[in-house]
Design a binder for this molecule. Structure first.
Ligand code: ADP
Length: 836
């Protein structure tokens, strides 16, 4: 740049230290400034100052790793480039920063640091005195020869570029008009060089040395281009791949560089993006939108926040699997084997899933119902979904809807918001990269009405071929996605959605099933996860039973899996330490934990553990602590006024102790515990029935009304889950009958059933889960309404055999079955038969 020749820079310069690259004299560069020091410099020198001189700053390449940059001023690189700041653009997004456009003028050396804060200012000595070379010193033959060679190489390089590009033609003209001494700097900043190489050129104060440093770089670039052109000739269809020429550079306001792939800088990005848009095979509507956005993007300055927004949008659009799908490879026989291998029990569910898959195989365009697995947590709903994906050879993605409270979570934010992004469905598709994955939507029941509305559109086969995400703002076809919904309870799924789905109940597991699941699946899986082998750790069946009954109380197997995980961790630690702590021998020895430790300390060597480590009850207690759930049933039924009911909650069945006590008062009924309105009504019904039948059952306590002068307090302890439902009716009656008669209810009986004022017992729901809960609690007799008898079919035969079922149609039958020796009425009770 011949205009440089007369430049005299100020002797004191503010210094800008940056990692953004190396500015060479004669080139222009855009750098982003966001450190406190540099921001201060921009504010006080560039934004406030008005003179031309104040826009000249010293640019020092920061050689320190940006990760370790601190407030402290790093030791400064001694040579820098004085630059003229041509443009300053400020932005607050994504964080406060300035973008500066700087043109390099000449080198300088820092002679003395004058101050460090708020930004460094130094006394400098100008190094490039360009006129010196152009005027005299022609005699230096070597330098002359070097500069000639360099010039020719530069001409060769430009000759290899496409002259029809205006910027290339201009560069060709510039080569002739620029003084040769400036060429190393100008070309080194344009060709593909690393920052380290540029730094070497900057440090080469001596002109001859500078030519020597820059020439190999130039030759390398020429060789690279030659290679590229050769390969391009082999692939003529790739002709459109223009040499990456970034606009700008020596021309102020723009940056210029020659680059083979242009991946790392933005100038050529739009061309790449355009190519990607065209290759994305998107539908007509989406393509139109993308091309329009692309056009806008090309016209936008990069420092505009909208530039980033539009770019992100386009990148998202090209990454979506518009027409990319995996091929289904369904073999029903293999699918059956796979489902059986992955999951123990759940026969009904597996059968229905196979039917569903078989139909899909016969008719691939099936717009069938969406499967919805309903059951307590941890019973394998999601994992069946994953297996379905595997049998079909499809990708799997899980979307958890629990806690989603905003519809834009599903449908995305409109692009006008800063930080807007697509919803979970589109994001999921982007992640899996195909448009036909298996997607499970868990926790369908726990969501708000507007979200249900969106889900309705997503799941409905009639509508989902044109699902519009707010962010994309063009329809995306979801009809290839195989949706599987899961929920803990059907009750909270809106009817319109339920109508579109085929509900498959997944009930909780019995203890035996859990033991099998643990040994077939959970233990091997956890061993593998923790890097252990069955030769190192063994968990006998009895221990598994103990874990199930003493450390977990759940319908599914999730806690069980966690507990097994805890055991594996403990054992893994022991192996890692090389200690020997768990031994399956005598319990007394095991208890003497301290002794063991002392012994080890004495010997001073950590012995490797004995193989395999068998988890016996003592080791189990060591690892998991004292049992969390003791079977307290018999202890709690030692006083009159306690009965065991069976409740259904979304978490599965539960046993529930109903307690009653009486005290002097005015016939008040107090209810406490987690209860809903229906429960309160049941309590009132129960009391009314007992009062009207007090004489029959000799509960009068002398007076005509058993509640005269008495307050009754009913309590439903245990569990934070609200128990709403009429099914506690029979339990409340039994509990009150026990209280008023002073007799104990049998401690091994649990019951469920709705009552009427006339003493009839009506059927209730959730029988299977309730019976399983009673079985889990080791109870022996279960009283259920007569009309629920048919529901017993669903219960595994082994559980049925363990329990004694009493089918009651009247309260009289309930009371007789609940008390040892029956609950005889004084006068024969008129038999009421349910006509309902
Ligand atoms: P859900 O979706 O019903 O809450 P998950 O599918 O997340 O439950 O299952 C929890 C864990 O239990 C998973 O690791 C799963 O593999 C395991 N699991 C549940 N049921 C079975 C089963 N019948 N056989 C094997 N593993 C099971």
């Amino acid at each position: 740049m011949s205009s440089n020749s007369g430049i005299q820079i100020p002797s004191r310069l503010p210094l800008l230290c940056t990692h953004d690259g190396v500015l060479l004299p004669g080139s222009t560069m855009r750098i982003s400034v966001d450190t406190a020091r540099n921001m201060q410099l921009v504010k006080s020198r560039l934004l406030k100052g008005t003179s031309l001189q104040s826009t000249i700053i010293g640019f020092i390449p920061n050689t320190r790793d940006p990760e370790h940059d601190s407030d402290e001023l790093p030791s400064l690189h001694s040579i820098g480039t004085a630059g003229l700041v041509v443009q300053v653009v400020g932005s607050n997004w994504p964080k406060p920063h300035y973008t500066l456009l700087i043109t390099g003028l000449c080198r300088f050396r820092v002679t003395q640091l004058l101050r460090e804060k708020p930004f460094p200012v130094a006394k400098v000595e100008q190094l490039d005195k360009l006129e010196q070379y152009t005027e005299g010193d022609q005699a230096d033959g070597e330098l002359e020869e070097l500069s000639q060679r360099f010039y020719q190489a530069a001409v060769q390089l430009v000759g290899m570029l496409d002259m029809s590009v205006p910027v290339v033609a201009k560069l060709r003209r510039l080569l002739d008009s620029l003084p040769k001494e400036t060429l190393p700097d100008v070309l080194a900043s344009m060709i593909r060089t690393s920052n380290k190489e540029k730094l070497q050129v900057l440090d080469a104060v001596d002109l001859e040395e500078r030519f020597k440093k820059a020439l190999p770089l130039l030759t390398r670039q020429i060789e690279g281009l030659k290679l590229l052109q050769k390969t391009r000739k082999l692939r003529p269809d790739d002709d459109k791949r223009v040499l990456a020429i970034r606009k700008g550079g020596v021309f102020p306001g723009r940056q210029f560089s020659l680059d083979e792939d242009g991946e790392d800088e933005d100038g050529d990005d739009t061309a790449m993006l355009e190519k990607k848009v065209k290759a994305a095979a998107m539908p007509e509507a989406a393509l139109r939108v993308c091309l329009k956005e692309l056009k806008r993007l090309k016209k936008m300055p990069q420092s505009m926040p909208e530039y980033a927004l539009t770019r992100n949008y386009l990148e998202m659009m090209v990454e979506l699997p518009w027409s990319k799908s995996s091929t289904d490879c369904l073999d029903i026989r293999a699918a059956r084997v796979l489902l059986d291998n992955d999951h123990y029990a759940m026969e009904k569910l597996k059968r229905r899933v196979l039917e569903y898959l078989a139909v899909r195989q016969l008719k691939s365009t099936l717009k069938g119902p969406i499967l919805c697995f309903v059951g307590p947590p941890g019973v394998g709903k999601t994992s069946v979904g994953r297996s379905i994906a595997r049998t079909l050879g499809r990708e799997f993605h899980r979307i958890a809807l629990g806690g989603v409270c905003d519809q834009s979570d599903i449908r995305g934010h409109r692009r006008t918001y800063v930080g807007s992004m697509p919803g979970r469905i589109i994001n999921g598709l982007k992640t899996v990269g195909v448009n036909n994955p298996v997607m499970t939507k868990t926790n369908m029941g726990c969501i708000s009405p507007p979200i249900n509305c969106v889900l309705y559109q997503v799941l409905d086969p009639e509508q989902n071929h044109s699902f519009t995400d707010h962010y994309l703002n063009v329809p995306f076809d979801l009809s290839q996605v195989l949706f599987i919904a899961t929920a803990n309870t059907m009750a909270t799924i809106p009817p319109a959605l339920l109508d579109r789905m085929e509900v498959l109940q997944v009930p909780g597991y019995t203890q035996e099933e859990k033991v099998e699941i643990a040994h077939r699946h959970l233990i091997p899986h956890q061993l593998e996860q923790h890097g252990l082998t069955p030769q190192q750790l063994q968990i006998p069946q009895d221990t598994t039973k103990d874990i199930i009954s003493k450390y977990t109380r759940e319908a599914g197997v999730r806690s069980l899996e966690r507990k097994i995980g805890a055991i594996c961790r403990a054992v893994a630690v022991k192996f890692a330490e090389g200690h020997k702590v768990f031994r399956a021998e005598s319990p007394t020895e095991q208890h003497a934990d301290q002794n063991t430790e002392n012994k080890e300390e004495d010997s001073g060597i950590a012995a490797p553990p004995e193989m395999p480590i068998v988890i016996d009850p003592i080791a189990l207690k060591d690892i998991l602590g004292p049992p969390v759930f003791e079977m307290e049933v018999s202890e709690r039924l030692t006083l009159p006024g306690v009965a065991i009911g069976l409740a259904w909650t979304p978490m599965g069945g539960e046993i529930m102790f109903v307690e009653a006590s009486r005290m002097e008062g005015e016939g008040q009924l107090t209810l406490t515990g987690q209860l809903g309105d229906v429960m309160k009504e049941s309590a009132h019904l129960a009391i009314s029935w007992l009062r009207s039948n007090a004489k029959t059952y000799l509960l009068t306590n002398g007076s005509a009304d058993p509640l005269e002068g008495t307050d009754i307090h009913l309590h439903f302890p245990a569990g934070a889950v609200t128990k709403d439902g009429p099914s506690a009716g029979v339990t409340i009656v039994t509990c009150l009958a026990s209280l008023l008669s002073g007799r104990l209810v049998r401690s091994d009986v649990a019951m469920t059933g709705e009552i009427t004022l006339r003493g009839l017992v009506l059927p209730v729901g959730g029988i299977k889960d309730k019976v399983l809960a009673a079985h889990r609690a080791n109870l022996k007799r279960v009283i259920i309404p007569k009309r629920n008898e048919k529901d017993l079919e669903e219960i595994p035969p082994r559980v049925r055999a363990d329990l004694d079922f009493v089918f009651a149609s009247t309260l009289d039958e309930v009371l007789n079955a609940a008390f040892d020796g029956g609950f005889p009425a004084a006068v024969s009770h008129p038999q009421v038969v349910s006509k309902l």
